[in-house]
Design a protein around this ligand. Structure first.
Ligand SMILES: Cc1cc2nc3c(=O)[nH]c(=O)nc-3n(C[C@H](O)[C@H](O)[C@H](O)COP(=O)(O)OP(=O)(O)OC[C@H]3O[C@@H](n4cnc5c(N)ncnc54)[C@H](O)[C@@H]3O)c2cc1C
Ligand SMILES: *[C@@H]1O[C@H](CO)[C@@H](O)[C@H](O)[C@H]1NC(C)=O
Ligand SMILES: *[C@@H]1O[C@H](CO)[C@@H](O)[C@H](O)[C@H]1NC(C)=O
Length: 532
């Protein structure tokens, strides 16, 4: 019987893991290397070794009604996209509300996880931790690995010949904190991901010139959507996912392309991703206007550096650079695990459901949040934890290795259909499809057909409204009584933070009401008249 569970890391995934254990009646013990919860979202001025690091101006790229945990809506006065400190505040509220912190041992690093001698029978693990100079080994029935995937700087040095000779300052986005010390500097930002574009748009107001390079181009999504509502509220909907699953991929990509180009034409700015690739989008409202005003100049991929210059693949050269910021992504590793238990392999992908190591005798170790959704990671992590804890307890049986492999092959086919690329992106998932799949396996997926008969208002919201995590607390294990209410009242929480200014008069003029009434009676009159 599984009882004692070790949770490694107390970031958002670790907290969701503790909560899921408690819901399933398990006893979690969480080990956190640093002195507080929050992981990546706890901003510090210093970069800590082996903990994700963010810049001061970071704002979430998913809006609050989509990004919150499934049974804990964000306070209604919180802004829709949260500055990192505000999101950290939410994480604190979450931990406090469910009393999660008492299960965490801070300043305790997990340095080794090994199979217990009885593993083939019991599935138990020996977990060795280090706290100060004290080393301790304890036995656990299961392990949830929540150590994060944006931890180390990933710097492909071979792709930047000559960078060693560059005389100016070179840093990775992980080390970038604030726009201080860049006045009148000539800055080259390498890599057009979320960080690269955020840092460029921030620095271009003080630097003398910012150059931003991208090898392959990228899609840019805004935060500001229709009528000023958060953009993703319209983008992430079940109905869109259904359409995506029925129409041929080429047609869908064509539709998507036109939709994404409606704000600004990516081809005009020469950043449209090449070929049929569906590349991970980034979220930024400013980039196009900064390029329009020339404070950011877009370049193609860098081929080499000299002491002061950068050369690009189109043959052009930028001279006299002062700073190079490498926004080339992040890496992660599991130094506490032996290769025989799990070896990271991004190309082949050897995690069943992106969670359980393929071929392990007992499914008592789970990797949480090692994937790339175009959606909120914490929400996926939460559902993964709910799934994993039920697998630990034997309430959800997994197929045998052959079955797993077959399923993973099918998933790969689907992934290629959606993303049309093959290399290095086993972690890429289709957010809504993945969530629905996990939810149906543990019996928390809403039965929409049935709801159309019993609760049509709710069913309508589930299909045509925003896809939020509350959907998976409506029924099944660990359901939440407030879920339906949360779904029906989400627009209040979205609009509340916009009502900080109270207009003097009611803005709805009586005239418009009058016009409406006029039309109503006019139509009525015509209808009656035609009938006669
Ligand atoms: C710049 C940036 C912006 C992002 N913005 C968004 C966003 O807007 N929306 C979104 O959904 N996602 C975003 N992400 C992704 C981000 O990874 C997730 O939001 C989320 O923070 C992942 O949480 P986690 O708990 O899995 O990992 P982390 O937050 O990295 O937490 C891992 C924790 O594990 C601890 N730990 C690690 N190793 C050990 C060990 N051996 N022993 C004990 N403790 C250990 C660490 O100290 C840390 O506290 C962003 C990422 C980056 C880099
Ligand atoms: C694991 O811990 C148990 C005691 O809890 C001990 O008997 C065993 O030798 C340990 N195994 C390993 C491989 O460390
Ligand atoms: C938000 O940013 C993270 C980190 O850069 C990224 O992995 C994720 O895909 C982004 N989300 C969206 C919806 O763009």
């Amino acid at each position: 019987m599984v009882k004692k569970v070790a949770v490694i890391g107390a970031g958002v995934s670790g907290l969701a893991a503790i909560k899921a254990c408690l819901e399933e009646g398990l006893e979690p013990t969480c080990f956190e290397k640093s002195c507080d919860i929050g992981g990546l979202w706890r901003f510090t001025d210093e970069v800590e070794d082996k903990r994700a690091s963010i810049y001061s101006s970071l704002v979430t790229n998913v809006s609050k009604e989509i990004m919150c945990f499934s049974d804990f809506p964000m306070p209604d006065d919180f802004p829709n996209y949260l500055p990192n400190r505000k999101y950290f505040e939410y994480i604190k509220l979450y931990a406090k509300n469910f009393n999660l912190t008492k299960h965490i041992q801070f300043k305790t690093t997990v340095c080794r996880i090994e199979k217990h001698p009885d593993f083939p029978v019991t599935g138990q693990w020996n977990v060795t931790t280090e706290s100060g100079c004290e080393k301790k080994t304890e036995t656990f029935d299961a392990v949830l690995v929540c150590t994060g995937q944006h931890v180390d700087a990933q710097i492909p040095l071979d792709s930047f010949p000559g960078i060693k000779n560059f005389k100016g300052k070179v840093l990775h986005s992980r080390e970038y904190k604030k726009p201080v010390g860049y006045d009148d500097k000539r800055v080259l930002v390498v890599g057009m991901g979320n960080s690269g574009v955020d840092i460029s748009t921030e620095l271009c107001t003080i630097a003398s010139q910012v150059y931003l390079t991208t090898r392959e181009g990228v899609w840019v999504l805004p935060r500001l959507g229709k009528d000023g509502y958060p953009y993703d509220l319209f983008f992430l909907r079940r109905i869109n996912s259904w359409i995506e699953n029925i129409v041929p991929p080429a047609v869908y990509r064509w539709m998507l392309k036109h939709y994404l180009n409606s704000r600004f034409n990516h081809e005009l700015y020469n950043i449209q991703p090449e070929g049929i690739k569906w590349k991970e989008p980034l979220v930024n409202d400013e980039i196009a206007s900064r390029v329009l005003s020339g404070s950011i100049i877009l370049k193609s991929g860098v081929t080499k550096f000299t002491e002061t210059d950068a050369h690009f693949s189109d043959g052009s050269i930028v001279h006299d650079l002062d700073v190079v910021i490498l926004c080339t992504g992040f890496g992660y590793s599991f130094p506490f695990l032996d290769d025989s238990i799990f070896k990271r392999d991004e190309n082949r992908g050897n995690l069943y459901k992106k969670i359980i190591p393929l071929g392990i005798e007992k499914p008592t170790i789970a990797f949480i949040a090692f994937l790339l959704p175009i959606g909120p990671i914490m929400v996926v992590a939460e559902l993964q934890c709910r799934w994993a804890t039920r697998v630990f307890k034997g309430l959800h049986k997994l197929p045998n290795v052959m079955g797993m492999k077959e399923e993973m092959l099918k998933d790969e086919k689907l992934r290629k259909r959606w993303f049309a690329t093959s290399e290095n992106n086993f972690r890429r998932i289709n957010y809504i499809t993945y969530m629905e799949d996990m939810a149906s396996e543990i019996g928390v997926k809403p039965n929409i057909l049935k709801l159309f008969l019993t609760d049509p208002v709710l069913a309508f919201k589930l299909v045509f409204g925003t896809f939020n995590s509350y959907h998976f607390r409506l029924n099944g294990p660990a359901k939440w009584d407030g879920a339906r209410e949360a779904i029906l009242t989400q627009w209040d929480r979205i609009e509340k933070p916009l009502r900080t200014r109270v207009p003097k008069k009611n803005s709805k003029s009586p005239l418009s009401l009058f016009i409406l009434l006029f039309f109503f009676f006019a139509i009525l009159f015509v209808a009656v008249w035609m009938k006669n």
